[in-house]
Design a protein. Structure first.
Ligand code: PA5
Length: 428
């Protein structure tokens, strides 16, 4: 399925010490006894999904599509990046007058964005899915205050049947509000953190509402859950990816550049950055995740990657088979001097660009990991996301880090509350 390759300094990627360490991590993971083990619900989540749950998601998605032209998903971090990543990967680049759109809000605090969003939806039928595990995160709460008000002004009592809430089962301000207003509710499981929640209702409801096949997405995730659960470091790509990047980290490669030639994967890259950055970046340790889209960024960050400070490793996410392509043709005049490319498809060009870039960066001292994805569809994206989550758990455990908490994210929140004098924080 997914295939991981490595090129760089000759090194023993899997020495005996590392194999024993990985074996211990594997046991901790699957016996659910490592650090943060109360947040390991995602590990066997795909195989545990019931028909009843999936039917409820599908039926609600149908209902949303019938009642609205636009679903606004309100959430930040893990509460929006999973669905955004899948939808962006699958949707066409351009769509004339789409019948149904999924838009996002609450992922930042921009008055202009929110104002323009409310103007944009004015002549369209609207539904909201507000998503927050804690139910108290400020950015989505702010967006929801405006959009809830907008919905009530516009739809009156009917607003409550157009608002869907995904939050904790037992606590949080959002839960209380949902109960009070009678909004339809979905649960963020206790044992699944935001950035590991794409296969729960957090990701599945917006993805299904956008019209994508969640059965195939789950099928891919299940195959990954099953196929990657064996301790076989020579053949398990999740273990290989974790082991290689950890070895490189130990040699001083402290930044990972995730590169792709496929612009549709740009939000998979954003999702990956959150997953790895929030899971590993603790106790002054961890690889800093950055991303580039080639060939665009070869004309900007490419210079640094080739020739800047040598603490970068590069992981290429390469799609083997593309859905649509164009072939260069012979022009009579050849004024652009491109006739030498006649017969070459744009994807052939990208594959050559991959080879050329990879060789250039390698000779510039940037070790390379290749992650090869057969194609972009629901099944393969489901597989890929599960692969990255599992590899992330291995990677963080290799650093002796709890992958599932985010103490650093709390620090800035407290400061904002103090500065804005949120009740309870005035005297701090
Ligand atoms: O991965 C995480 O846990 C975080 O990024 C959260 O998803 C993010 O902070 C949003 O939190 P919440 O869903 O509680 O609003």
């Amino acid at each position: 399925m997914i295939n991981v390759t490595y090129s760089g300094q000759k090194q023993d990627v899997l020495n005996q010490n590392q194999v024993s360490r990985l074996q211990a991590i594997h046991e901790d993971l699957y016996k659910k006894q490592g650090a943060g083990n109360d947040f390991l619900g995602w590990l066997d989540w795909p195989s545990g999904l019931s028909d009843e749950f999936l039917n409820n998601i599908r039926n609600t998605a149908d209902q949303i599509q019938k009642q609205a032209d636009v679903l606004i998903v309100i959430g930040i971090g893990g509460s929006y990046l999973g669905s955004k990543a899948v939808i962006e990967a699958l949707k066409p680049h351009f769509e004339k007058n789409p019948n149904f759109e999924v838009l996002f809000a609450g992922q930042h605090v921009s008055g202009a964005y929110l104002k323009q969003l409310m103007d944009y939806i004015d002549d369209r039928e609207v539904a909201l899915n507000v998503i927050s595990k804690s139910g108290t995160t400020t950015e989505p709460a702010i967006a929801f205050r405006f959009l809830q008000n907008y919905m009530e002004d516009r739809y009156g009592e009917e607003a409550s049947s157009r608002i869907y809430v995904t939050t904790d089962e037992n606590k949080g301000a959002l839960l209380n509000l949902a109960k009070e207003k009678g909004y339809q509710r979905f649960v963020v499981p206790d044992d699944v953190g935001g950035r590991y929640s794409v296969f729960t209702a957090v990701g599945l409801l917006p993805i299904a509402a956008a019209g994508y096949n969640i059965d195939e997405l789950i099928h891919g995730a299940k195959q990954a859950e099953d196929g990657l659960s064996t301790f076989d470091p020579e053949n398990n790509p999740a273990i290989q990816y974790a082991a290689i990047r950890h070895n490189l980290y130990e040699q001083g490669f402290t930044n990972e550049v995730l590169a792709t030639f496929e612009p549709k994967l740009s939000y998979v890259q954003e999702w990956w950055k959150q997953l790895y950055g929030e899971s590993e970046g603790k106790e002054h340790k961890g690889i800093f995740p950055v991303s580039v889209t080639y060939t665009t960024d070869l004309h900007s960050l490419g210079q640094y990657i080739q020739d800047g400070k040598r603490d970068l490793l590069e992981s290429f996410l390469i799609v083997e088979e593309v859905e649509e392509d164009l072939e260069l043709f012979e022009a009579e005049q050849n004024a652009d001097e491109l006739n030498y490319l006649a017969g070459t498809s744009l994807n052939d060009f990208n594959l050559v660009a991959y080879e050329g870039t990879s060789k250039a960066h390698l000779s510039g001292g940037v070790p390379q990991i290749g992650i090869h994805l057969p194609k972009i569809d629901e099944y393969h994206i489901g597989y890929l996301l599960y692969f990255y989550m599992l590899a992330c758990a291995y990677s963080a455990y290799l650093l002796d880090i709890n992958p599932f908490n985010q103490p650093g994210v709390e620090e800035y929140k407290t400061n904002i509350f103090k500065l804005l004098k949120k009740p309870g924080y005035e005297t701090e």
